[in-house]
Every structure is written in C-alpha cells, then in structure tokens.
Design a binder for this molecule. Structure first.
Ligand code: 5GP
Ligand code: MN
Length: 347
C-alpha cells in the first residue's frame, strides 16, 4: 500500500508553489530517534536550507551516541530539555510547515503530539510504518519502502530537488537506509534501494566512514554487556522457533548502559538457524520497552499492535507494557501457543 501525493499533479504543483517563497519549517521524527529518523530530519534540513528556507530540527527526546556525529545534529532542539522546551513550542506554533518523519502515529512524537496537532502549520508526513493516522495535509507514504530516507530521496526526485542534496544531506540519507535495512540485508532491500545508494555515492559520501561511525563505536562496557547478554541471558525455544532476552534496570546499570546500547541486540536472537521470531524486553523507569524482529511472513507488527500497545513493520516492531518485566515476559510466553502454527510453517 502506498500514498504518494506527487502522483497527483495538482497536489504536486500546490506543494512546489508553497515552497516557492521562504518558509518557516519544523522537522521532526519519532521519540528515541534512530538512524532513519535522524537521517530523515537532517537530510531535509540540509536540502531545505539550501533552498533558502528557515529550518528547525526538533526531536521529541534526546538521541543515542551512535548517531550523534550526523551532519546537523548540533543544531537539534530537544523538546524534553527544560531549557529548550519553550523555544521548541514557540517554533512549532509559529511554523508554516511541519514535516513529520519516520512515524505515522502522533503518539510516537511523545509530548510533542499536542503542539503538533494544535499547530496551524501545513503538515507533511513522510513515512513507511503500517497504518498511518490521517493528520497530515500532504502524505508521502509507502509501507513497502525500506526506510523513510529512501522515500525522501524519491520525493526529492519527484520534485526536481535533487540538486539541493549535498554531501551532508546524502550522508544522512545513506545512514537511514543503512540502519533500516540492517546493512542492506532485510527483505525490503530492493533494486531501487541499491540504485539510490549508488546515487548517494555519486554525491561524494564515504560509505566506509559512515559504517564505522555507526557500528564500530562500542564502549568497552557495551561489548561486555553483549557478552553477558548472549552468554547468560539469551533463551531459545525451538518448539516455537523463538528467541528472547530480558533485562532488569539493575542489569543495565551494572554495565553502565547508555541510550542506544541495546540497539541491534534483538537481531542476534534472529540469527539462530531456524529462528522465526526474536524478542527483547527492557525494564525502564515507568514501563517495559519491547522490541520484536521476525523473518518471512510472521508479522510482529500485528503481535505488537494486538498485545503490546505498539506497531511498526511486518518484520520489525516495538511496543511497551506497564505490567512489569516478569509479567510482560510471562504474557509473551503465554501468547506463543496460539501462534505456534504460524511460527512453524515459515520456510
Ligand atoms: P525498535 O524495536 O527498533 O524500537 O522498533 C522497531 C520498529 O517498530 C520501528 O520501526 C519503530 O518505529 C516501531 N516501534 C517501536 N516502538 C514502537 C511503539 O511503541 N509503537 C509503535 N507504533 N511502533 C513502534
Ligand atoms: Mn524508518
């Protein structure tokens, strides 16, 4: 399913007209931004600045260290920072245009959802998550896209704006595509994805450096934590072809875990031969954060939507629970028998 406003000539020319004069623009993405969320914000940040607009990047929360090097990050306004919150609210209120990137449900913008909803700005949604909410004026959405950054490249192509994409913007787009495809590995990695990656290389990016900045920046504590997680915490249930991990706050403190340090761990469960689903449960101050990954036709987005207040994509989804860590894991285990047939029938 997709909805691309540029396929409608009238909407496309209306949109281009809107950007024909300098606009006050706010760019935002989902809370706890990942490579695709920041890649989306900062690629457009560079493009729209190059086109002569006044642009502000506002994140609903702070970001993890592994994306802190991205070009433009120093300009980000953290909505949750009490020193910046007033300015952020004012900018959202005064904006002419707000871009909502890499999320489709307003609650993914955490406390920013109300100011966004109440702002009179024209809203533009660019995203690839399932089941978008209908809050935007212009929608550029395709659930089959590998990354929002892939869609942004296509949108720039549709609008003839690729000339405004410089090396910094291209670096941001490549980062989003790289992280959301699991380094060009997931099922969503199409010919188009590879073509776009090639075009970004033509813009002068350095893929090796981007890879090292993203993936080779482990702290010693984090690597030790990974050893502990794989050696002592990973459970595999072959009867359900399901792997799972869970971590208390105490365990996270013991290894000095920082934001983003559990990112990617859930994928290790899925690398067990025969595994169809992997789950991770992380105890936070007020809730349990849940992440799911799957292969082939088993939909973790559906599982997360139906049972863990979440959603996402067929093969990568997340959610949360207020039941407490142990009870959340129990709930997950109790759901496995009803999904057994579906889990076992995957190739
Ligand atoms: P992750 O497990 O990496 O946090 O998220 C995997 C995917 O699920 C991402 O595309 C993310 O946007 C989505 N996702 C994660 N947490 C939530 C959530 O609480 N609600 C919804 N609707 N989607 C989520
Ligand atoms: Mn994404």
């Amino acid at each position: 399913m997709k909805q691309l406003f540029t396929e409608n000539e009238q909407l496309k020319s209306e949109f281009k007209q809107l950007f024909g004069s300098p606009q006050k623009i706010v760019l935002t993405a989902h809370q706890n931004p990942d490579g695709d969320a920041y890649g989306s914000i900062f690629s457009l940040y560079h493009v729209l600045k190059n086109l002569g607009h006044q642009v502000y990047a506002i994140s609903p929360t702070s970001h993890a260290d592994y994306i802190a090097w991205m070009p433009g990050v120093n300009e980000v306004i953290n909505f949750e920072d009490s020193l910046e919150n007033g300015r952020a609210k004012r900018l959202i209120k005064e904006a002419n245009v707000i871009f909502c990137l890499d999320f489709s449900a307003l609650d993914r913008a955490k406390d920013m959802h109300t100011p966004i909803k109440e702002s009179k700005a024209v809203k533009v949604l660019i995203d690839h998550h399932q089941q978008p909410e209908g809050f935007a004026d212009y929608v550029y959405w395709d659930e089959k896209a590998a990354a929002t950054c892939e869609l942004i490249f296509c949108l720039l192509e549709d609008l003839d704006w690729l000339g405004a994409l410089d090396k910094d913007g291209a670096t941001c787009l490549y980062t989003g595509i790289l992280t959301d495809t699991g380094s060009f590995k997931f099922d969503s990695t199409t010919k188009r994805v590879h073509r776009i990656a090639g075009e970004l290389i033509d813009k002068g990016i350095n893929p090796n450096q981007i890879n090292r900045r993203l993936f080779d920046q482990n702290s010693f504590d984090r690597l030790r934590f990974m050893g502990y997680a794989l050696g002592e915490k990973l459970t595999y249930l072959p009867e359900y072809r399901t792997a799972l991990f869970s971590f208390t706050e105490e365990e996270q403190n013991k290894f000095n875990l920082k934001k983003g340090d559990t990112e990617g761990l859930v994928n290790y469960g899925l690398s067990i031969a025969g595994a169809v689903m992997s789950a991770i449960f992380i105890e936070k101050e007020t809730m349990v954060k849940v992440s799911f990954r799957s292969v082939d036709d088993f939909s973790v987005a559906e599982l997360s939507r139906n049972h863990f207040n979440g959603g996402g994509h067929k093969n990568a989804a997340g959610g949360r629970s207020t039941l407490g860590l142990e009870a959340t894991v129990e709930k997950f285990l109790s759901l496995l028998p009803e999904h057994k047939e579906e889990l076992l029938k995957q190739p």
